[in-house]
Write a protein that binds this ligand. Sequence first.
Ligand code: B1M
Length: 220
Amino acid sequence: MATLENVSQCVLDGDLDEIKVLVQALIDEGMDPIKIINEGLIAGMNIVAPLFKSGEMFVPEVMESADTMNEGMKLVKPLIMDADMPSKGKIIIGTVNGDLHDIGKNLLIMMMESNGYVVVDLGVDVKEEDFVAAVKKHQPEIVGMSSLLTTTMMKIDSTIKQLIKEGVRDQVKVIIGGAPVTQEFADDIGADGYSEDASTAVDLCDRMMYEICGQQAISA
Ligand code: B1M
């Protein structure tokens, strides 16, 4: 018999075939899909995050776990009304103009989604005006920018300036990351937060959502 613990363990193991069998079995038993998400799929990613942070799991394994969680999500999502989907908040994320690196960004997106955030992925080589347009269109609480090159990190600065120019800077928190980026750089250019890796970025967003909402961001 499938259990929620089996589902969590399966996410941790990154078993793309088994997850479908387990999640379908729980659906067939009549288990609440939200419970399968929160106590099975996301619970599994909640085990992964600290293991990644402590260096006991590496990028490819984390990606396998996130893919496995998403495979399970595909089965339960259609059973849930959009309004019932647990969401901590909305974040738009992109790699800045001139920069094509997206492995870290994609890892961040998987971590954010598996922790209950709605993520709008703007992709790579995202121009300043496209960040602004996305803020106006999607009304996120948080904007995330990734840069992997010393030659593109100043694009984060110009994007923040563009957000100011277009009058939308105050409606969002800006978080930044990527290999050449530092806390000092974030402070210099007026970003609201910096994270050195994807899992601490989730913690950072949780703290920001707490500030924005004035209450603990819902635990998804
Ligand atoms: Co490029 N590359 N690359 N590259 N590449 C680096 C970054 C480099 C350090 C390699 C080196 O020389 N040692 C170097 C940059 C040097 C510098 O600027 N100081 C470099 C260079 C020079 C280049 C090119 C210019 C090479 C050339 O063409 N001459 C070129 C640039 C292309 C462009 O972008 N316009 C280029 C191209 C490429 C590939 C296309 C071949 C490929 C990218 C494939 C892809 O992303 N789809 C590539 C790769 C793979 C790398 C390395 C080897 C690995 C990057 C990576 O994915 N790491 C990299 C060397 C290295 O970093 N060791 C290198 C794994 C990933 C999980 O880590 O992205 O750092 P990372 O993300 C981390 C954190 O930084 C953080 O979380 C993640 C971990 O949890 N994080 C955030 C990232 N974004 C965040 C955002 C946040 C918060 C945290 O909030 C919003």
